[in-house]
Write a protein that binds this ligand. Structure first.
Ligand code: ATP
Ligand code: MG
Length: 224
């Protein structure tokens, strides 16, 4: 479970304070599927970074599965992130010279285990996102939708309980976008918390909950 209480994030830009998040209370139960909407600059990515332990709040409390993670060191955060969180970004963020298989193996290296086990699991994850026959391709040899599915397979490498996607279909045509969203649907069905930042109302319409941000605050929280 995810629970944010009075969370603020203020960036210091020289003498100017930029309030990216101005006080958010948000509770997400296990196995919820939600979209986060809001105009550019409303704090969506900042919120995802905090939820995903890439960053910490300036003020307020963040509890992840009951544990207060607001004040942890960057090493402690990295450990939680590696175990519990899978990130998918708009720009894929794959290693350009590594194959699909190697990209998916990467997060497993920090966890230990044998190279053989890693390779096997990476192959299984690629098959799961429909890319079993693309394992040896490098990112430049894949379409945008295929790259994003490699990125999703990589995000799943360490069996995260939380999958966070920041505009995962932003760079995709509508067909590839639909394929990618289907993978998120499946992850939700398998028990993950799935949170998708999107500008696409078609995606938002299929998630059971929609949270809207404006100027760093939650202005709407709809359950269907
Ligand atoms: N590292 C940073 N340093 C300073 N200001 C930042 C930083 N990151 C974000 N901001 C500011 O915080 C506000 C919220 O940014 P954020 O990236 O969370 O918005 P967003 O809702 O994701 O927008 P978009 O839809 O354009 O991606 C913006 O005004 C932005 O300029
Ligand atoms: Mg953003």
């Amino acid at each position: 479970m995810i629970k944010l209480t009075g969370v603020k994030k203020i960036y210091q830009m020289g003498k100017i304070d930029v309030a990216a998040i101005r006080g958010i209370d948000l509770k997400v139960e296990n196995n919820e599927y939600l979209s986060v909407l809001g105009p550019s600059g409303s704090g969506k990515s900042t919120l995802m970074h905090i939820i995903g332990c890439l960053d910490t709040p300036t003020e307020g409390e963040y509890r992840l599965e009951g544990r207060d993670v607001s004040g942890l060191s960057s090493n402690q955060l990295a450990e939680i992130r590696n175990k519990k969180v899978g990130f998918v970004f708009q720009s894929f963020n794959l290693l350009p010279y590594a194959t699909a298989l190697e990209n998916v193996e990467l997060p497993m290296i920090y966890k230990g285990g044998s190279a053989r086990q890693r390779r096997k699991r990476a192959g299984e994850l690629l098959a799961k996102v429909g890319l079993g026959d693309r394992a040896r391709h490098r990112p430049t040899e894949l379409s945008g939708g295929e790259r994003q599915r490699v990125a999703i397979a990589r995000a799943l490498a360490n069996s995260p309980s939380i999958v966070l996607a920041d505009e995962p279909t932003g760079n995709l045509d509508s067909t590839s976008g639909k394929e990618v969203i289907q993978v998120f649907d499946e992850l939700w069905q398998q028990g993950c918390i799935v949170i998708i930042v999107t500008h696409d109302s078609e995606i938002a319409d299929r998630t059971p909950r929609i949270v809207k941000l404006l100027d760093g605050r939650v202005v709407d929280d709809m359950q269907r």
